[in-house]
Ligand binder design. Sequence first.
Ligand SMILES: [Zn+2]
Length: 303
Amino acid sequence: MAIIAGFMVPHPPMIVPDIGRGSEEQIRETTEAYERVADEIAALRPETIIITSPHSVMYADYFHISPGEGATGNFAGFRAPQVRFNETYDTELVDEICRLCDAEDFPAGTLGERERTLDHGTMVPLYFIRKKYDSGRIIRIGLSGQPLIDHYRLGMIIRDAVNNTGRRTVFVASGDLSHKLQDYGPYGFAPEGPEYDDRIMDVMGRAAFGETLEFDTTFCDKAAECGHRSFVIMAGAFDGMAVRAEKLSHQDVTGVGYGIRARTTAGTSLRDTWTGSAKRCRQNASSRMLTSGSRAGQSRVMC
Ligand SMILES: [Zn+2]
C-alpha cells in the first residue's frame, strides 16, 4: 500500500480555540477546511500519518526524524497546557526510511534529537485529526538547510519506504505560507508575499510537483514563507504519481498565508515530473545551496 493521500496544512496556534480565545473566528474558513481534512483522514483510516514540520529539530545539513517509541506534547507555550497529545511513532517505518537513506548516503536519520516534545507544527494538524481519528501511529520529520532538491529526494525515499513496509499512510505537510501578506500583519507586507502564496497554491493545485523545486531561495526568503520545504518533501513523495488535487481554502486575513490543499492518489506513474525538474534544479544547485547554519535550528519567523 502506497501513500494514499496528502494534505498541505498550516499550523497557526490561534486556530485552537483554547489558544485563540475567540480570535480564531477570523480564520473560520481555514478551520472548516481543516475539519474536512480531518474527516478525510478519518475515513481513510491510515495506519501511519507522516507529518513534516518546520518546527521540529532542524539542522543545516541533516534531516532529523524523531526517534524512540513516541512523544508527548501540549500547548503550554501558548497558554493552553490542557490541550495535550500522546503519540506513538511508527518505528518500523522510521527504520526503513533510515535504512534507505543509509544505503545511498543520504543525510537523514534519527540522530541529534534536541527537543523530544512535540512541536506546534506537528500538534496543530494533530489537534484536528485526533478529534476524529485516534488510531494510527505517526512519524515526525523536520526540515533542513539542504537544497530543495534534497527535500524532494527525501520525499521519494519516504515513498519507497512506505511501499516496502506496506503501510497504509497519509502524508501531512505542515507549513504556513508567506508571512508578508498585509501591512498590518506581524511581519508587514512584501510584494513577494502574495506572489508566493499564489504560486504555491497554483503549483500544488495542478499537482505540478517538480515546480516546487523552481522557487528561488531569495524569493522564498523575501516572502518569509514557513512551509515551502515541507511541501517539497510531500511533492517528492508523490513524484510520478497521478493524483487528484483540490484546493480547500486559502486565507491571508492575519497577514500570514494559511493554505489547505488535499490530494488523493488516483494511480501511478502517469508523469515523470522528477527528471526534467531535477535536471534544472541540479544546474542551479549552487545558487540554491544554503550555507551551513543559515537556517539551522530555528525558523526565521515565528509561525
Ligand atoms: Zn511555521
